[in-house]
Write a protein that binds this ligand. Structure first.
Ligand code: ATP
Ligand code: MG
Ligand code: MG
Length: 381
């Protein structure tokens, strides 16, 4: 009954806490929101900010090891904890991934391919911008997620306007690339230096938010091997301990580019719970406790559908609770609800993993579930 600490209380933390409990650990979560999804399934909840010194000290004293489910935990908080207990991932790794420019510089330095880009932090930077970066996407260097904090720009005038709209904070301008597919690889590494990767996931976004993940991705064996080896190279180079997700673009010409990193389990890896021998959450528990990692082999095909708060809204704007019986009627559909009290449009409320013994069977189930509950269907069938 040793205690594990968790910074952040969202759904990734909830599934982590469930995996930790299965392995006999007790979880203490540090999170301000009293109704957070992870708090509801953890034995102890410190209801405080991530920067609250006394809460951090309590967590550090109590726990054998501490992890996070949220990339924007202040690096200082991780350093305070690191003086008291094991912390994974380390502050150093997390802080690289908190800044898109630092992240891209790190990736380039280890030979991982990234999109052509430049820093935009002043009017002078806009003046000097390389015209080859247009059309491009201006992204805030810090704190963006689900496509928030980024604006597409075609020329200098639009870039100036976008920079002002984003509040004139440190930004990165990235060249817009011709995407064929978006995929991701989740990797886990422990302190002994053992590293594993999960099969590649193929991801479809809608309005900047992940909508569907298909595992394994329908890409060539060569592309899959390449993506997994880049992910392994990244965790090894960071001397990373914990779970990390690498988002990739596959371009129309077949080239593979790293989009961004997430220093935690990832939405595109939810299906590892049903799909693989060990889930990404099992790996997180194993990595932080210095245990050998589990086998990531996929044992059934999966199509994961995200459930957003949009499903709660009728066309007239009134809210209702979706009829989950319609999902549960499909024996191959596994429903996960995060226990969030307030459904809002664009908010991640749950997901459904459709499983099959063939890719076609998993996809057929997903299409039927979409019809039954009113979710938008995967685009690339
Ligand atoms: P997340 O929620 O995954 O953290 P984010 O807000 O950090 O998202 P990105 O992953 O950088 O945003 O970009 C969101 C989406 O915008 C990508 O998944 C991709 O569809 C598109 N996109 C981003 N950068 C580029 C690019 N350079 N070229 C083409 N499309 C891009
Ligand atoms: Mg991101
Ligand atoms: Mg992304």
């Amino acid at each position: 009954g040793a205690w594990l600490g968790l910074l952040g209380g969202g759904q990734l933390g909830r599934m982590f806490a469930q995996a930790a409990a299965t392995l006999g650990y007790r979880v203490c979560v540090l999170e301000k929101d009293p109704h957070a999804p992870a708090a509801a399934v953890s034995e102890m909840h410190l209801c405080a900010a991530y920067t609250d010194r006394s809460a951090l000290e309590k967590l550090g004293e109590k726990c054998l090891s501490v992890t996070t489910e949220f990339e924007n935990v202040p690096a200082d908080s991780l350093e305070i904890l690191a003086k008291m207990t094991k912390v994974s991932p380390a502050a150093k790794s997390v802080s690289i991934t908190q800044d898109r420019l630092d992240e891209k510089s790190f990736l380039s330095s280890i030979g991982a391919p990234v999109a052509p880009h430049c820093l935009i932090a002043s009017a002078q930077d806009i003046e000097n911008v390389d015209e080859n970066l247009f059309p491009g996407i201006l992204k805030t260097a810090r704190l963006g997620y689900d496509g928030k904090g980024q604006i597409r720009v075609k020329n200098k005038a639009e870039l100036t306007e976008a920079f002002n709209t984003l509040g004139r904070v440190k930004c990165v301008l990235e060249k817009m690339l011709p995407l064929w597919r978006e995929v991701s690889v989740i990797s886990a590494r422990n302190a002994m230096g053992e590293a594993t990767t999960f099969p590649v996931s193929e991801n479809e976004h809608r309005d900047g938010i992940l909508a569907v993940s298909i595992m394994p991705a329908r890409i060539s064996q060569e592309q899959a091997d390449k993506a997994r080896s880049i992910a392994k190279h990244i965790v090894n180079s960071l001397d990373y301990v914990g779970v990390l997700c690498v988002e990739f673009f596959i371009l129309e010409n077949g080239e593979i580019i790293v989009n961004e990193l997430a220093p935690r389990p990832h939405n595109s890896g939810h299906a590892t719970i049903e799909g693989c021998i060990s889930s990404q959450y099992d790996q997180q528990v194993r990595a932080m406790t210095n245990m050998p990692l589990g086998d990531t082999t996929q044992i059934q095909y999966t199509v994961m559908l995200n459930i957003l708060g949009n499903l709660w809204f009728k066309p007239d704007g009134n809210k209702f609770e979706p009829d989950w019986d319609k999902v549960l009627a499909f024996p191959h559909a596994k429903l996960h609800l995060y226990g969030k009290l307030d459904a809002r449009k664009g908010r991640k409320m749950g997901h459904i993993t459709c499983v099959g013994s063939t890719p076609e069977e998993a996809m057929k189930c997903a299409l039927q579930v979409c019809d039954a509950i009113g979710l938008p269907k995967p685009e690339h069938i």
